[in-house]
Design a protein around this ligand. Sequence first.
Ligand code: CA
Length: 234
Amino acid sequence: MSAEATGVTGETRVLVVEDDRGIAESLVRGLRQAGYAVEGVRTGRAALAAPSPDVVLLDLGLPDIDGVEVCRRLRARSDAAIIAVTARGEEADRVVALDEGADDYLVKPFGLAELLARIRAVLRRRRPAEPEVLRHGPLVLDLRTRQVSVDGRQVTLTPKEFGILECLAADPGRLLSRQQVLERVWDDHWYGPTKVVDVHIAALRRKLGAPGLIETVYGHGFRLGEVQESQEGT
Ligand code: CA
């Protein structure tokens, strides 16, 4: 994923899965007024075919596929927050839905204010505050200001170099293939050779000046290596 694609500034997308036309329309309208980007579908099949949203409001009583089964399949393919919706008295379904990966549930009838509060709550739980600063040995990346330093010395990087370093520093020790680096730092339409990654890594190494900080694992890719902070630099 590119840095743009992971941006959290976009609208929160809600998928409303509800076969009752009247309920669906009022939910979609209310959620749109509250500022969400909303898509409404009437069947489990359509829910499973829809692009993965941030939140799914999932009626468990659907005409085609059992709602709990839809919940299970959504959970298997997406990390969207799922709020199961049931009619009064369907407690067993609610329990099973929670076991199958739903984050919360609502019992019909419910008001818009309660729905909005539940959505805010599941989003809070799903999106823990992201770290703004990544550290690894002598390396410090400030993701907000996009400044980088090694042993306290500021290093000026190009956007691509910063992107590569961010990928590596987000999960130090994890091996990233050239293809993974391309997918995350270049856009999705890069069909050129993966060798371009090596060119940028070479420039990055020169600028960072910390031997061993970026390791090449022959035939696989790159990862951050263990490098101690230098004594005089700290
Ligand atoms: Ca229904």
